[in-house]
Design a protein around this ligand. Structure first.
Ligand code: AMP
Length: 583
């Protein structure tokens, strides 16, 4: 299915001159060295992500600029300048040092989005320890699995979260310290025996720390991937990634010093660290951190109140905003917005057109993974958008569509999306699973596990996760294309599509559909949606079966878990569900 191209805006039309002005020329002449020169580095040639994001601004011209505009879930407001961030993160680094934490030790964060999470994050990196952020909605089992696998030495948490995982702590012999942050005295309970008070330790820690001794290749952050297809694995990154966070913040998110930026991802996922910390702050930009969860009206309120100019969010959030209706945004002043990007799942064309209608600008999709550490394929302010396409590779990135033997396929053909190693933000290993890490590299490519194709003009089109692609009567069907067609129907809120085994066609397309408010799941509506899909898609590609569901199983980072839909459909074991979002 093809959708009308959204032509690039003329320079006169855009509110801020884009940082990247000539994609093709830049792509051709690009050198990472020239980006490296835009960062500060450490005396002696070392590199530290925290130094690039915080200290170099605090010690330079942005000392008193606001880095963080924080709004708590109880409506509290706090702001922190780069200098305050420097001092607080120094305190945390000293605190850890005082506990005997050493370079390379793993320190995990199990916290809500409170400012202390960010201070701790940078403090850990300053010390040279490895930070492992955990999503705060996790229950005890996923937390235990991750702390065990990583051999975490310290856990920084909050009283209610500490209580939630109390039962697993005895299973973690390597965990030596639990530091509890009692944000704004929200909890009146005394600390558990042996726990350490963040507030007490910080009050006694010096606000000066140094020297920083990390190199560009030292490990910095480990993220357990959200695992739409298998067991979560700990992807380990290095300080050098900041070079690419900085660059993609500048060229893809088009961050300018005047921007007020809001990334809606939680730091428990890679987007929340690479783009909720590193990219904006290495670019010296003020960002909003909103502790509250998703509510359409609250989100519009955040944009209005803080005058958000650049907004980075995800398809699942956009679909939820769409579900909340077109009238709601009209009740807020959203005129500050100038640029919107999305990541995490394919962005349905319908969502892009909705963005145009409601926000008066298209939403720019971009593609990357936990393992890639930073955006690799993107739509840019200065390129036309082909709705449904992920865009073109970031300068410095060579992407290809390959066959199993690594042979590159010509434009138009579908195959495995692969990237030529290496790039600064590329992961360096899966924690304690070097073999699996190496298996991701074949014939000189990093093979992403996604199926895609490239058109003759160099745009990449996502087809599906390799494991999600459906083989029906010899045709390979990507679930994304079918889902995108389905959600164009006015009654459909979300759709998840799988291949259901079939004796004749091998697999047939089956869709699980949730409806918008006000629609009833009747047989008539099912038939109508089927007819609608058949008109939009080729016969054989349209779903043979539609099942109405109240909601779709998703990872906690918002991705539809097709693997689980399929397992449930076939009555197979559900496998690892530690990242499944509970209803
Ligand atoms: P994770 O490592 O958990 O962030 O998941 C990465 C995966 O999410 C990718 O390999 C894709 O399957 C999917 N993904 C992320 N961004 C996009 C996008 N813009 N379009 C299509 N799929 C995406």
């Amino acid at each position: 299915m093809t959708y009308p191209v959204i032509e690039k805006p003329s320079l006169a039309e855009v509110r801020m001159k884009p940082n990247l002005q000539d994609y093709d020329a830049t792509y051709r002449s690009f050198q990472w060295k020239s980006v490296e020169r835009e960062l500060a580095w450490l005396p002696g040639g070392g590199l530290n992500l925290a130094h690039e994001c915080v200290d170099r601004h605090a010690l330079g011209g942005l000392r008193d600029k606001v880095a963080m505009l924080w709004e708590g879930k109880e409506g509290e407001e706090e702001t922190y300048t780069f200098e305050q961030m420097r001092r607080e993160s120094n305190r945390f680094a000293n605190l850890l040092k005082g506990l005997g934490v050493q370079k390379g030790d793993r320190v995990f964060l199990f916290m809500e989005r409170v400012p202390e999470l960010y201070f701790a994050f940078f403090g850990i990196l300053k010390l040279g320890a490895v930070v492992g952020p955990l999503f705060s909605a996790f229950g005890p089992d996923p937390v235990r699995d991750r702390l065990l696998n990583s051999g975490a030495r310290v856990l920084v948490t909050q009283p209610d979260l500490r209580q939630r995982v109390a039962s697993i702590l005895k299973d973690l012999p390597e965990l030596k310290h639990i530091i509890v942050v009692n944000k704004n005295n929200r909890s009146r309970e005394p600390l558990a025996r042996g726990d350490l008070s963040y507030e007490v330790l910080m009050a006694n820690a010096s606000a000066e720390f140094g020297p920083l001794t990390t190199t560009k290749d030292d490990y910095s952050i480990m993220h357990y991937t959200s695992g739409t297809t298998g067991r979560p694995k700990g992807a380990v990154h290095r300080h050098y990634a900041v070079v690419q966070h900085y660059l993609t913040g500048k060229w893809v998110l088009d961050l300018h010093r005047e921007d007020i930026y809001w990334c809606t991802a939680d730091p428990g996922w890679v987007t929340g660290t690479s783009y909720g910390m590193s990219a904006p702050w290495s670019n010296g930009v003020t960002q909003v951190i909103y502790e509250g969860g998703f509510r359409a009206s609250a989100w519009y309120q955040v944009i209005q109140k803080y005058g958000v100019t650049m907004w980075y969010t995800a398809p699942t959030a956009i679909r939820m905003l769409m579900k909340a209706g077109e009238e709601l945004p009209g009740q807020y002043d959203l005129s500050s917005l100038r640029y919107i990007c999305s990541v995490g799942e394919p962005l349905n064309p319908e969502a892009i057109f909705w963005g145009q209608k409601v926000f008066h600008m298209p939403i720019h999709d971009n593609w990357w993974q936990t393992e890639t550490g930073a955006i690799l394929i993107a739509n840019y302010p200065i390129l036309s958008i082909r709705p449904g396409s992920m865009g073109k590779p970031v300068p410095g990135i060579r992407a290809g569509i390959v066959e199993q033997d690594g042979k590159e396929l010509p434009p138009g053909q579908e195959g495995d999306l692969a990237i030529r190693p290496e790039w600064p933000a590329m992961f360096r290993t899966y924690w304690q699973d070097e073999e699996r890490y190496r298996s991701r590299f074949q014939n000189g490519w990093y093979v992403t596990g996604d199926r895609a194709r490239q058109d003759k003009d160099g745009y990449f089109w996502f087809v599906g996760r390799t494991d999600d692609v459906i083989n029906t009567a010899g045709h390979l069907v990507g679930p994304f294309e079918v889902e995108s067609a389905l959600i164009e129907h006015p009654a459909v809120a979300e759709a998840g599509v799988i291949g259901k085994p079939d004796p004749i066609a091998m697999e047939v397309v089956k869709a699980f559909v949730s409806l918008k408010e006000g629609y009833e799941p009747t047989p008539q509506l099912r038939n109508e949606i089927m007819r609608f899909a058949r008109q939009k898609l080729a016969a054989g590609v349209a779903p043979r079966e539609i099942e109405f569901v109240r909601s779709l199983p998703k990872t906690r980072s918002g991705k539809i878990m097709r693997r689980l839909l399929k397992a449930r459909e076939l009555g197979l074991p559900e496998g690892d569900t530690s990242t499944l979002e509970e209803d």
